[in-house]
Design a protein around this ligand. Sequence first.
Ligand code: CU
Length: 125
Amino acid sequence: MHLRRPRPSRLLWAVALVMGGAALAVAQEPAQHRREFTIVAKDYVFTPDRLEVSQDDLVKIILHSEDVPVSFAIDAYRIFKRVAGMSSISFEFRADQAGTFTFYCNLTTDPRCKDMRGVLSVRAR
Ligand SMILES: [Cu+2]
């Protein structure tokens, strides 16, 4: 029995296959593990103010401000996003930590910001 070293071309092909597989895995995230929420910020209130997902879900947030600039922060997830007034942003994150987390606006431009908060609940799988 003898072992042959893979030829370089075969090695590159194997790397390309693995990388292609990883890209495919993201594209083929099962629909039941994707969650999407549109959160409207208006009058210093987030609506909805409660998000419920399962651990490891891929969560997409569309954050829309109906009036002033706001932010959306979740400390444990190191998320900090800011949206200008009268506009929208979207972002995604993997809900890999189970538990209950506060999301809030951490802007200091207005004292009412400290009342802007909600809850992200991540149910353990
Ligand atoms: Cu605010």
